[in-house]
Design a protein around this ligand. Structure first.
Ligand SMILES: CC(C)(COP(=O)(O)OP(=O)(O)OC[C@H]1O[C@@H](n2cnc3c(N)ncnc32)[C@H](O)[C@@H]1OP(=O)(O)O)[C@@H](O)C(=O)NCCC(=O)NCCS
Length: 281
């Protein structure tokens, strides 16, 4: 149905920019990735991939990443953007792009890929922390400032920093752990776009904690911006509090019951065993 391959030509880099403008809803055509930078990254160890419709040959998704360095000096891959056209979502294109990126990273002997995403975006959380088994232990408030495209409009651009330790033992694990008996930070009431946090407990001491997130932030933003902001600020406070206590976001569980989606982050207290299982160097 689709095929993934390295992007090399300048024309392909121009197409990436067009795709990005479409997906992120930039209304100014001068905004977006600068094609020469994509070309330079691709020829200097970066990973720049495209997903193509096998029938039409049209580019339907892309991923852009370049070589970077941790403050510790560790070399890694920095993933800057990945996008899939709306009509091609839910076919696993994003996961396939990321797995290809992981294979390229391992082949270059790099242990780590990092990127950021909005913690209120359910599909991204599901992909990053559940399907790919990456983790996060860093929350960044208003990373880009307020002037950052239509997808982001209206809320501070908070981000979680994702760490994907590509050769960690957890990548080979057969099945996900069972997180049944977890302590919830939030009590959430209401349904659909009226779902709200009615109580928050920032004094939990359990090793495994559940942080409930919005089912889908976009309809909430359209219906009630004040409520969307309340989710943003309470989730910000929850991550900041429990990351400071040494918890790590290790999973994201999304379930749908009677048409109602429930999205939950799983935070686990950091131990030497957990760090080894993740593969953190
Ligand atoms: C994020 C993005 C790349 C994902 O693309 P995709 O090809 O649909 O991803 P996948 O199909 O691999 O995974 C999406 C998963 O999220 C799930 N999902 C959909 N809506 C969800 C929600 N509201 N909450 C939680 N999970 C949700 C899907 O069910 C799917 O899981 P499944 O395969 O188990 O059903 C795509 O949505 C996109 O381009 N978004 C806009 C740009 C962006 O945010 N880019 C990433 C940051 S740079």
């Amino acid at each position: 149905m689709y095929q993934i391959r390295d992007l090399e030509s300048y024309t392909e880099m121009l197409t990436v920019r067009e795709l990005q403008q479409q997906i992120w809803g930039f209304d100014d055509s001068s905004l977006g990735l600068y094609p020469p930078v994509l070309k330079t990254a691709a020829t200097n160890g970066g990973v720049v991939l495209g997903a193509f419709d096998e029938q039409s040959g049209q580019m339907i998704g892309f991923l852009f990443s370049f070589i970077g360095r941790e403050k510790s000096g560790l070399f890694k891959l920095c993933s800057q953007n990945m996008g899939v056209l709306p009509e091609w979502r839910r076919y696993g294109v994003a996961e396939a792009l990321k797995q290809e990126q992981r294979r390229r990273t391992i082949a270059q002997n790099l242990p780590l890929i990092t990127w950021t995403y909005d913690p209120l975006e359910g599909p991204n959380a599901n992909l990053n922390l559940h399907k790919l088994r990456a983790i996060s232990r860093t929350y960044i408030e208003d990373y880009y400032g307020s002037d950052f495209g239509a997808l982001n409009a209206g809320l501070p651009s908070d981000r979680l920093l994702v760490e994907w330790w590509v050769s960690g033992p957890r990548q080979e694990r057969e099945k996900a752990p069972d997180y049944q008996a977890v302590s919830p930070i939030f009590t959430v009431t209401g349904q659909g776009v009226e779902k709200e946090i009615s109580h928050a407990d920032f004094d939990l001491t359990a090793d495994i904690i559940e942080l409930e997130s919005v089912p889908d932030i976009h309809p909430i933003k359209s219906a009630n911006m004040e409520l969307a902001l309340d989710w943003r600020l309470k989730i910000r406070q929850a991550f900041a509090t429990y990351f400071a206590k040494g918890h790590i976001a290790v999973d994201f569980i999304s379930t749908v019951t009677n048409g109602e989606r429930r999205n939950c982050y799983i935070l686990q207290k950091s131990t030497p065993e957990l760090l080894t299982e993740i593969g953190i160097e």
